[in-house]
Design a binder for this molecule. Sequence first.
Ligand SMILES: [Zn+2]
Length: 254
Amino acid sequence: MLDLTLGKPGPERPLQVLCVGAHCDDIEIGCGGTIIELQKRYPHCLLHWLVLTSNETRRREALKSSRAFVHPSCRGETRICDLPDGLLPAHFAEVKTVFEQAKRTVEPDLILTHHAADLHQDHRLLSQVTWQTFRNHMIWEYEIPKYDGDLANPNLYVPLPTAVAQRKIALILQRFASQTSKSWFQAENLHSLMRIRGMEVRSVSGLAEAFHCRKLQCSFGGSLERPPRRQPAASTLGRADKISRRKADRTSAR
Ligand SMILES: [Zn+2]
């Protein structure tokens, strides 16, 4: 299969990636392997981390985990908010405010966020707000396996070497000790999904992470023509000004 790769954002600018998660472990579960791979391919990239819910314990875990997944030289902005787990739709205004602040702080080339059809209300809301906030960006929506059974048919795959997939699983199990009592928190679950996605994309290692990508721009690596220049606003206004001034002169002369 012919590979598509990410273009370079510019000679002086590192690739910037914004990782969005509703809960402290979502980013790692959904795209932890991709994050490790990105740093291997783009050693000067910057990874920004935005998590919307936490409590004291989970915040500590999330910070330690993000530090384990992201090399110090690739660390961008990290923000772990403390909105309540499961109740993000009831905190819509706060979520919007956090995203607007993020938009002013970071300039991501790629955003990794939740899938729009995810059945968890917090996940689904963040997917919507990501699209509402970032209007000219590449957005990949990751998968979170869960009780609800909402896995769909992804259309973008990142094959992962075995060592990367193993590292992802090991770090998640180590860093999120507070989740060990949850029935879904098992290495087999994390591995199984990567194995299925690896089979679907014929990954050499048999492992992959998968995403839903609604929009892709393809320019075949060439430079695009500049869009036609718009008429300067000042000259239009100037003309309208002159006309209205002439009308006003005529009225006052009567
Ligand atoms: Zn979650």
